[in-house]
Design a protein around this ligand. Structure first.
Ligand code: SF4
Length: 290
């Protein structure tokens, strides 16, 4: 396998074969993100991708999971994605899932029929970064999508047979607007109907726009205790009708939470209340990571 630059994957893809079908992120403008700051976006040559897959087949005797990267591999045309999915399942008949990073624009550029076709050819889940449910935060971070568009993208994927794992970021509006960020993110979790929700906590590369805002006094980071209070308010407002797996067990989080919404909501809120009383339960800053 040939890889170009740093490779990012969701924690749940730790045991997947990682295949770069695109390089970088076609959006590459979010003010908190440095993942693809050094990469000029391009689509990788299809023959080169197929050659990598063939080499992987020769190298690995058992591949049951494949993850397509980089940042928004879902931006490829549906026809090309189908050819890649077919190649994977032909080469690796033991493969049980192919997942991918995507953004709202990629999803809404495809018809529901195209998404259903991708599901039929074995695309199981799209990881989508919503970051916040608050319209003002989405604008400030230059997400390039509105709250309504993100909800529509998640609902379209889920009804097309592709599960979604949607990421939000604690502390993304700093001290200025944490209450709105929390309430609107909670209500968005209620409305959108994602199968999985993942909550990270803001950590910044010094090259990002928000890091510059902090240096110039335009943005104030939340303290760990304030992050817990924000998460509490967020969860209080999250009442999805369709069951949803909620996780905040990323290396960046101060407190690890995992449960199903709505069933485990009270247990997770109690965990947060305990952390509010005893900040010793929170991860030390030295052990956090992106
Ligand atoms: S957060 Fe996602 S969409 Fe935004 S620049 Fe980073 S990879 Fe691209």
């Amino acid at each position: 396998m040939r890889y170009e630059g740093m490779i990012y994957r969701p924690p749940s893809e730790a045991y997947s074969l990682l295949v770069q079908v695109t390089i970088g992120c076609s959006h590459n403008s979010c003010t908190f993100c440095s993942m693809y700051i050094d990469k000029q976006f391009r689509v990788r040559d299809e023959a080169e991708v197929f050659k990598d897959l063939e080499e992987a087949r020769a190298m690995y005797s058992y591949v049951d999971r494949v993850f397509l990267c980089d940042g928004d591999a879902l931006c490829l045309s549906s026809d090309r994605l189908v050819r890649i999915l077919d190649k994977i399942y032909t080469l690796f008949p033991e493969c049980e899932r192919v997942n991918v990073y995507g953004n709202t624009i990629d999803v809404l550029a495809k018809t529901p029929e195209e998404l259903s076709m991708l599901a039929e050819h074995g695309m199981k889940m799209v990881y989508l970064g919503a970051e916040s449910g608050d319209p003002a935060v989405l604008k400030a971070i230059r997400k390039g999508s509105t709250r309504e568009e993100i909800i529509a993208a998640v609902q379209t994927l889920e009804s097309s047979g592709i599960k979604t794992s949607v990421t939000f970021i604690s502390g993304l509006d700093g001290k200025a607007g944490w209450r709105d960020h929390a309430v609107n993110t909670g209500t968005m979790i209620t409305e959108m109907g994602a199968s999985y929700v993942a909550l990270l906590t803001l950590m910044l590369d010094p090259r990002t726009e928000i890091a510059r805002q902090i240096r110039e006094g335009e943005f104030e980071l939340l303290s760990p205790e304030e992050v817990v209070a924000e998460t509490y308010l967020m969860l209080e407002n999250a009442d999805p009708v369709k069951p949803c797996v909620f996780r905040s067990n990323h290396a960046s989080n101060y407190l690890s939470l995992r449960g199903n919404l709505p069933d485990d909501k009270e247990r997770m809120l109690a965990q947060l209340r305990n952390a509010m009383k005893d900040s010793g339960m929170l991860k030390d800053e030295r052990f956090r990571a992106l």
